[in-house]
Design a protein around this ligand. Structure first.
Ligand SMILES: NC(=O)c1ccc[n+]([C@@H]2O[C@H](COP(=O)([O-])OP(=O)(O)OC[C@H]3O[C@@H](n4cnc5c(N)ncnc54)[C@H](O)[C@@H]3O)[C@@H](O)[C@H]2O)c1
Length: 161
């Protein structure tokens, strides 16, 4: 977060937020020297550190019961090193599970149809022609912060790269 600096729990000048959302899940990677390394608990631990006492943490990000490809044997069993005591001590409320997509479906659809939200911009979606699909998949695999929408028949010809 530009302009903010998180310090240890309870430290002076600590930045705190009312609510937070883990939209990453167990596939989280480390930062800095640990960039690219599997760190499945890092987002939850960071959010418990940054969310104020009595605050809420929403967790739509996926956590699994088994992750056979995981680097660490505990993570293979879906066990993560979560500092749950931190969340307990701060009386955080946790909300998680499958998102109730159908509940928001109609309002979102109408918001999109009436251009109240620009969904492609919000999720960084980029329409690409079929020929560009291999490069799109390669970029996606590298973790670019974009979503690609394949437009096989050129229906969005003026919008594709
Ligand atoms: N609960 C539900 O119903 C529901 C619905 C849709 C998606 N999901 C889950 O939500 C999660 C996100 O889905 P998505 O399609 O946006 O995935 P995505 O791969 O497009 O986005 C995940 C983002 O997290 C970033 N990231 C990785 N490590 C990070 C870290 N340590 N700190 C901050 N960011 C980090 C990645 O760079 C990537 O941009 C997935 O776990 C997915 O399964 C859940």
């Amino acid at each position: 977060m530009p302009g903010t600096k998180a310090v240890a729990y309870g430290g002076p000048g600590k930045v705190e937020i009312d609510c937070s959302v883990d939209a990453v899940g167990f596939e989280a990677r480390g930062h800095g020297a640990e960039a690219g390394v599997e760190r499945p608990a890092t987002v939850l631990n960071t959010l418990m550190d940054l969310t104020r006492a009595g605050g809420a943490i929403g967790i739509p990000g996926l956590y699994v019961t088994r992750d056979p490809g995981a680097a660490d044997p505990n993570a293979e069993e879906g066990s993560l090193s979560i500092r749950f005591g931190l969340g307990w001590a701060r009386s955080h409320a946790f909300f998680t599970g499958q998102c109730p997509v159908m509940r928001y479906n109609r309002q979102l659809m109408m918001a999109i149809l009436y251009v109240r939200v620009q969904i492609a911009k919000a999720v960084n979606a980029t329409p690409i022609p079929l020929d560009a699909a291999p490069q799109g998949y390669r970029d996606f695999n590298k973790g670019v912060a974009r979503k690609f929408v394949l437009v096989p028949h050129g229906l969005l010809a003026s919008r594709t790269t």
